[in-house]
Design a protein around this ligand. Structure first.
Ligand code: GDP
Ligand code: MG
Length: 487
């Protein structure tokens, strides 16, 4: 039983059934709008019934404002008022927010007992009336059109639904760590290395190794790209930087994601990748793409031909690199690429996997199907991803390659937090002027446990490798915090 997030969650239950406790265990205080709580704000305390009208006026304003922003809102009242319930549901529908009713129940005797133990118990007659109202409400809920009606029995907490599995991340003995079925490579895209570039790079790689990442990938850009940071922020030449990490004694695979074929002649890139392979004992990989950012080409005096020409170059580049990496020194000619000799030493230690970056369904994925060991997609949206994978597999069929020879890899840039509070603090810090709900949805903001579930879903769609980076990855501790997502 999973409750969508974000969502409008309307609690329904008698006094002492455990509504507020249930909400507090799962949501941040700001997400819960409680009539008792607001009686304490606008009146003398949670039991100040004379303040009810004012408290509900504030409650309605808060619900309307939060739901309108598509922010998770848990309405903690008795929940027996049909008119209010329907108007909350209508507001959620208008905002496009899923709406779930949560019926909180406990055996009558338990409710009575809990009620009696309170500072200001509700009179026994009132409680009895509430329990009758609950039966009416439960019957009505089914016809009101909620996306889900969840029943929580607080006498049997084992059936309580949760919106996440905090224990997956929190278990100190790691006992809940299970494989999600994907391999995870850390992608470094920003380099806040201060006064110690080499020390920072090494400590990030050592942390990645310790956290259990299978590899480390660097972007290949001449100027920091706007998707990541400001143009004047540091971005190192990746082959030099990867060379510095080759001798650290880690088991990390090292490579680029992705090297534009426009930057260097293909043979020179083949040479760099072969050298990295030799220096790492065969742990090098090469992400390669057509290049897309005109500005960095212009600023560095690098030609930036048309998209069609760049894609032609991508095709020829992979052929050239594979020819140079192959055994021997003989001439090479496949009709598109012709080389008088293929003398390239050092030889790579074993084959260098080539991942073709880019989302173009017509040509890029065709090139990946024909010449790549994998493709790298920049979407993790299930619908789009399924379509791209289908396109890739169609190309594989067209060129006569088994689809399992062409891995599907994705770039994933989520916001990851320790717990719900931490996730939201990061969203607030990072969102800029984007609405929080939009930013949270776009960045899949969630806990490590939620991202594990998402990665398992990606695996089910055919993804074998996730290149993972986060928008706030700045220090080794940030890398180590991802360990439970990787193992
Ligand atoms: P509400 O009136 O529905 O908001 O109920 P509360 O959440 O305030 O809970 C009333 C009392 O029941 C409190 O003393 C809670 O500690 C207790 N309680 C709530 N949920 C549970 C539960 O799942 N198990 C047990 N054993 N006690 C609970
Ligand atoms: Mg309560």
């Amino acid at each position: 039983m999973a409750i969508p997030d974000p969502a409008l969650v309307v609690l329904v239950g008698a006094s002492g059934s455990g509504k507020s406790t249930w909400a507090a265990q799962r949501y941040r205080p700001a997400e819960v709008v409680s009539s008792d709580g607001l009686r304490g704000v606008v009146g003398s305390g949670p039991a100040d019934l004379d303040a009810s009208t004012d408290a509900f006026a504030v409650l309605e304003a808060v619900v309307s404002a939060r739901v309108g922003r598509r922010l998770t809102t848990v309405v903690d009242t008795l929940g027996f008022d049909t008119t209010r319930r329907r108007s909350w549901l209508t507001a959620a529908r208008a905002a496009g927010l899923p709406a779930v009713a949560v019926v909180v129940t406990a055996p009558t005797a338990v409710c009575r007992q809990r009620n009696a133990a309170r500072d200001r118990p509700v009179p026994a007659k009132v409680l009895a009336q509430q329990l009758r109202q609950l039966d009416v409400a439960r019957a009505d809920l089914a016809a009101e059109g909620w996306d889900d009606v969840v029943v929580v029995d607080t006498a049997d907490t084992a059936t309580a639904p949760s919106i996440e599995q905090p224990s997956a991340a929190a278990a100190p003995d790691g006992s809940r760590r299970t494989s999600t079925g994907v391999e995870v490579v850390l992608q470094l895209s920003r380099f806040p290395w201060g006064e110690d570039p080499l020390g920072w790079l090494r400590s990030m790689a050592l942390a990645a190794d310790e956290a259990g990442f299978s590899g480390l990938a660097l972007m290949d850009h001449l100027v920091q790209i706007p998707q990541v940071g400001r143009a004047w922020e540091t971005i190192p030449e990746p082959w030099v930087a990867l060379g510095a990490l080759a001798g650290l004694g880690t088991g990390l695979r090292l490579g680029t994601l992705v090297t534009p074929v426009t930057f260097r002649p293909a043979g020179v890139t083949a040479k760099a990748a072969a050298t990295l392979s030799a220096l790492t004992g065969g742990r090098a990989f090469l992400g390669v793409g057509a290049g897309w950012w005109e500005r960095e080409h212009a600023g560095f005096g690098v030609p930036f031909p048309t998209a069609r020409e760049r894609l032609d170059t991508l095709d020829r580049s992979i052929r050239t690199m594979r020819a140079l990496w192959a055994a021997g020194t003989k001439p090479y000619d496949d009709g598109r690429v012709s080389l008088p000799e293929t003398t390239c030493y050092p030889r790579p230690v074993g084959p260098v996997p080539v991942l073709v970056g880019g989302n173009g369904e017509h040509r890029t994925l065709r090139i990946a199907a024909e010449l790549g060991d994998g493709c790298n997609l920049t979407t993790t949206d299930p619908t789009t991803l399924s379509r791209k994978v289908a396109a890739l597999h169609q190309h594989c069929a067209d060129v006569g390659r088994p689809p399992d020879q062409v891995a599907v890899t994705v770039l994933d840039v989520p916001v990851v937090g320790r717990d719900r509070d931490d996730v939201w603090a990061r969203v607030e810090r990072l969102r800029g002027r984007t609405a929080a709900s939009t930013f949270a949805a776009r960045s899949h903001a969630g806990t490590v446990g939620q991202h594990r579930d998402r990665h398992a879903e990606l695996a089910a769609l055919g993804v074998s490798t996730v290149f993972l980076t986060t928008p706030d990855l700045g220090a080794p501790d940030d890398v180590l915090a991802l360990a439970d997502l990787v193992r």
